[in-house]
Design a protein around this ligand. Structure first.
Ligand code: HEM
Length: 117
């Protein structure tokens, strides 16, 4: 089983000379890699000690870059620090409210039509 690392521990490694990041719930020690990073040292220092999944994905890193991650993998983010995805999202609620509004409006329009005749 791979090592589970708490987010609080990752947060302590937030310096250029001690630089951990989380990407897709996996923890990477990129202290040495920061000097070789084609995107620059600063971009990595900016996300040191935190979840960099969005930053990493936003750049659109190549499959080679994703492959390189394996070299720096040190463990998995502890399950207690992984936000649980709710089966009902805000999008679902918005869709349900939208559908209900259209439904009620239709019933209202149809009833008014029936009442006129
Ligand atoms: C931590 C693991 C990371 C690895 C192994 C990595 C690796 C690489 C590699 C190999 C490239 C060259 C282009 C490519 O092959 O996609 C690159 C470019 C780049 N990376 Fe990263 N990267 C990492 C994290 C990040 C993060 C967290 C950010 C943003 C905060 C970032 C920002 C960039 C930028 C801005 C470029 C330059 C893109 C360009 O000039 O087209 N990288 N990275």
């Amino acid at each position: 089983m791979s090592k589970e690392i708490r987010l609080a521990t990752v947060k302590q490694h937030n310096k250029p000379t001690d630089l951990w990041v989380v990407i897709d719930n996996k923890v990477y020690d990129v202290t040495k890699f920061r000097l070789e990073h084609p995107g620059g040292e600063d971009t990595l220092v900016d996300v040191a000690g935190r979840d960099a999944t969005k930053d990493f994905n936003d750049v659109g890193h190549s499959s080679e870059a994703r492959e390189m991650l394996k070299k720096y993998y040190i463990g998995d983010l502890d399950a207690a620090d992984i936000p649980k995805k709710s089966p009902i999202s805000c999008r679902h609620i918005a869709l349900a409210l939208g559908a209900a509004f259209i439904g009620i409006s239709l019933v209202y329009v149809i009833r008014r039509g029936v009442a006129r005749n």
